[in-house]
Design a protein around this ligand. Structure first.
Ligand SMILES: [Fe+2]
Ligand SMILES: [Fe+2]
Length: 321
């Protein structure tokens, strides 16, 4: 039987299919009954799953990340699709086709990679150019860079998302840099390339997406700085030394690119280049988040459910015919 993809599930539909389960939690209802909250997902989306009136023994059979065949029913809860699970059996990962379950970029990875390299070849500053080449020449890094998601939940949260996000930001940067001639383009292009490089180590994406221990403890900005430091050491062994002021300016852009302490930046942007990268990162993340939410929201309503991270619902109607 063909897999019923999450984005094809309509409210009211009976479900008997295999989904990836992640982050199951055993909770109490206000009446004191036990229930399980979990995420159910496949390559097309992720929904909340609820198993009511359950027991600790049932909960202990659920993998923290894995596959289950569920029988249940889809329903709308506060405008959002969820699946009420009546019962489940655990399914071994080697019996499912993994590619049905991991969301991936719809764009062409090798085309994005070649255009990324073409744009980065425009970096003229000798030290920055050598640093970029050191990363581009690192086959292990580039494999992870092309495969990793761009985030866990909010934007570009699919395989190839990190490359798609970086590639898109490089194109935005190149398009508008001529409007701001005082900005040092080589610093911006290098920083855009490396701003989220630490996500290759922050996120694990073998089965479902989760944070690695270094990711939880250090975060992708600090991990990215460590990766740069390693490359700088490797270059020093080849007698290529990058001016420390240039290096600090590059690291500053990376450490401040979330723009606010609340969003994990240890520094606030303090250079024109840092503000520039912060704004285009935010622009590209928001455009991806908003268009995905509008396109993938279940049902045909004009408004999505309330989006906590955006502090609004989104209007889905296209005003122009
Ligand atoms: Fe980031
Ligand atoms: Fe980013």
């Amino acid at each position: 039987m063909a897999h019923l993809f999450i984005n094809q599930i309509e409210p009211g539909v009976q479900i008997n299919d295999v989904y990836m389960v992640t982050q199951p939690i055993l909770r109490n209802t206000t009446r004191g009954d036990l229930y399980i909250a979990m995420y159910l997902s496949d390559m097309t989306g992720k929904v909340n799953g609820r198993m009511w009136r359950t027991t600790e023994a049932v909960y202990s059979r659920l993998p923290s990340e894995g596959f289950i065949r569920i029988r249940g029913v889809a329903e709308l809860y506060q405008g959002t699709l969820q699946i009420v699970v009546n019962d489940f059996v655990v399914v071994e990962a080697d019996t499912v086709s993994l590619s049905d379950y991991m969301p991936r970029t719809k764009k062409n990875i090798s085309e994005m990679l070649s255009e990324t390299k073409r744009i980065l070849a425009e970096v003229r500053h000798q030290g920055l150019n050598a640093l970029v080449d050191e990363f581009l020449g690192d086959a292990d890094f580039m494999r992870e860079f092309a495969a990793a998601p761009g985030g866990m939940q909010i934007h570009h949260n699919y395989l190839g998302g990190l490359l798609e996000h970086t590639h898109s930001m490089l194109k935005v940067a190149r398009a508008i840099l001529p409007l701001y001639p005082q900005i040092q383009a080589d610093l911006v292009l290098t920083a855009v390339f490396l701003h989220d490089a630490g996500k290759t180590k922050e996120l694990s994406y073998q089965m479902g997406f989760s944070y690695t221990d270094p990711g939880q403890l250090l975060g992708h900005m600090v991990l990215g700085i460590q990766m740069i430091d390693k490359k700088v050491d490797a270059l020093a062994k080849k007698n290529i030394v990058i001016d420390p002021t240039v290096l600090d300016s590059l690291k500053h852009i990376i450490l401040s690119h979330h723009g606010q302490y609340d969003f994990g930046s240890p520094k606030l942007p303090a250079t024109a280049e840092a503000f520039f990268v912060y704004y285009i990162d935010n622009l590209d993340a928001k455009m991806n988040q908003v268009t995905e939410l509008i396109n993938n929201h279940p049902g045909n309503a004009d408004w999505t459910a309330y989006q906590k991270t955006l502090e609004t619902k989104l209007y889905r109607k296209r005003p122009l015919k």
